[in-house]
Design a protein around this ligand. Structure first.
Ligand code: IMP
Ligand code: MG
Length: 332
């Protein structure tokens, strides 16, 4: 029997530290499973374990702590990338025997990647990992399932029990329904998508929504125009925050936090807790600004910035229990 499911989901455009939060929650030892419910190796998770930095793309962060790590039926899997990631983790001393793949996850093939590179990458700024073409085949019901190609020992028996942690990929505004279509990814990034792993919404306990103290966007999106790359204050944030894609190496566009969009994402996601990451980067640059109610607001210091964000988020529709301003890349 499933006891409860907690979910970590991004409230922005990805790259807000879900891996860090997931890893920190798993480390406390209460979870029996850590599961991914959407996306593929378009994601990039940076996790620190005992002070050392690791980067993964597809395998859930439970693998760093010996917890069964499930790649769910809503995910897409590129076999060679998965094999390379397993090797990388094994070489670094992690036990990968508990990494399981849903027999119903879909397989990304060579043609998917070619089509993504040729037709979508330039126009939409995709990660060129074949994600959209693979999901297109899935929806057209002509895809290849993991059970038909992957080794038997990796197959998940599709059973969950005890305490489950679900690790989101991408972010709220990259969701195929809620994002700025077609500048989105091809899956459901919202927390409710986690139920596709095989549990009812009533089992959801905590939803940890993540964002940063400023917004970033990797890939093409008219909401993040090229001019942002010329703003000296935003450039400074980009440099201090090392805002380069984990998967693509591309420079991310940076903008001041859009609080209106954050509130909307928190409301629709049903976030019970919010973690604002990378506050330490703003502290380094010393400029505290955000967009709210149609205007750009500046703050004298971090204290007044945090107070304003906290107050505004507390006034959202759903009750947010805890709002954390994180100032360290390795710990919450
Ligand atoms: P795709 O998922 O590769 O099709 O890319 C679609 C859009 O989502 C592009 O703008 C990507 O840059 C963006 N995207 C996909 N995965 C991530 C991620 O993990 N972090 C940030 N952006 C992402
Ligand atoms: Mg990422």
């Amino acid at each position: 029997m499933i006891n409860y499911a907690d979910i970590v989901a991004d409230l922005s455009w990805g790259d807000t530290g879900k891996g860090k939060i997931t890893s920190a929650l798993v480390k406390e030892g209460e979870y029996d499973f850590v599961c991914r419910w959407a996306g593929g190796n378009n994601a990039g998770h940076t996790v620190f374990v005992d002070g050392k930095k690791y980067k993964t793309h597809l395998i859930p962060s439970g693998v760093f702590h010996g917890v069964t790590s499930v790649i769910g039926p809503g995910c897409v899997v590129h076999e060679n990338s998965l094999a390379a990631e397993l090797r990388y983790l094994e070489e670094n001393g992690f036990d990968v025997s508990k990494v399981k793949v849903s027999p119903r996850a879909h397989i990304v093939n060579r043609l998917h990647i070619d089509e993504d590179k040729e037709k979508l990458a330039a126009k939409l700024g995709t990660t060129s990992k074949g994600i959209a073409p693979c999901y297109a085949d899935k929806m057209a019901r002509k895809g290849t399932l993991a059970k038909d190609v992957l080794p038997y020992w990796m197959m998940w028996d599709e059973k969950l029990h005890g305490n489950v942690l679900c690790e989101g990929a991408q972010g709220f505004y990259l969701d195929v329904d809620q994002g700025n279509y077609p500048y989105v990814t091809s899956s459901t990034t919202l927390p409710y998508g986690a139920c596709s792993l095989g549990f009812p919404p009533q089992k959801i306990r905590n939803i940890y929504g993540t964002c940063k103290a400023y917004d970033t966007r990797s890939g093409v999106d008219p909401m993040f125009p090229e001019e942002l790359l010329e703003d000296p204050e935003l450039l400074q944030i980009a440099n201090e925050g090392q805002e380069y894609g984990v998967t693509t190496g591309r420079r991310r566009k940076v903008n001041w936090l859009n609080l209106d969009l954050l509130i909307k994402a928190a409301n629709i996601s049903g976030a019970t807790n919010i973690i604002v990451n990378k506050v330490d980067i703003l502290m380094k640059t010393g400029a505290y600004k955000l967009f709210h109610e149609g205007g750009l607001k500046s703050f004298q210091d971090l204290g007044s910035f945090e107070k304003y964000v906290r107050h505004s988020l507390s006034a959202t529709d759903n009750h947010i229990g805890e709002i954390i301003f994180s100032k360290h890349p390795e710990i919450i």
